[in-house]
Each structure stands twice: as structure tokens, then as C-alpha cells.
Design a protein around this ligand. Structure first.
Ligand SMILES: [Zn+2]
Ligand SMILES: [Zn+2]
Length: 102
């Protein structure tokens, strides 16, 4: 199950569970859409993988308690701003490779 981490790792922008701006990699490294597009170039600084929009866990209990109230979001903030210059170098080697071939 996803942690639903509370903020962007790079800029610390709040990303509540209903945010449509949250992006995650397969390890659930979590960033905002702006950072993914403008800074990360769709390359995760931690694993080199790509990002997708984070699914939104329903606030309403539509079925069997599978909702935000029963499974609340993580509270631990992981604010680890990237070194932009170092990331540009890292991303340059990777961002030309389609995610399914990385
Ligand atoms: Zn951000
Ligand atoms: Zn990652």
C-alpha cells in the first residue's frame, strides 16, 4: 500500500492525499509535478526511474473501509533537496532512455 507521503522531497510543497500534483516513482519517491518536469526531467534522483501521477485514495468509504479514514497518509516528511547541477548530469545519461528500458 502506498505511504501517501506528505510533501515533495525536493521543494517540500505539501502534497496531501487529494493532491493532483503528486508524482511518484516505483519506490514511491514523491515529488510535485513542477519539480518532476522542471528539475528532475522525469528521472528519479534516487533510482533513475520515471514518475507517474500518484493515485488518490478515496476519502469516502465506498467499500469495506478501503478509504483514507482507515488507511491514513504517512506523516514523515522526507525533505531532501537535490543538487540541481549534479542531477542534470545524472539525468542527462538517463532521460533519453524510455522508462521501460532503463
Ligand atoms: Zn517540488
Ligand atoms: Zn525513485
Amino acid at each position: 500500500m502506498l505511504d501517501l507521503r506528505p510533501t515533495c522531497e525536493n521543494c517540500n510543497k505539501p502534497l496531501p492525499p487529494d493532491s493532483v500534483e503528486a508524482r511518484i516513482c516505483s519506490f514511491e519517491c514523491t515529488f510535485c509535478a513542477d519539480c518532476v518536469e522542471r528539475v528532475l526531467e522525469n528521472v528519479c534522483p534516487n533510482c533513475g526511474g520515471n514518475f507517474v501521477p500518484r493515485p488518490i485514495r478515496p476519502a469516502n468509504n465506498w467499500r469495506d473501509g478501503n478509504c483514507l479514514g482507515e488507511y491514513p497518509p504517512a506523516k514523515t516528511v522526507r525533505h531532501r533537496p537535490i543538487d540541481a547541477a549534479a542531477h542534470r548530469q545524472f539525468a542527462a545519461a538517463i532521460n533519453g532512455i524510455p522508462p521501460e528500458q532503463r
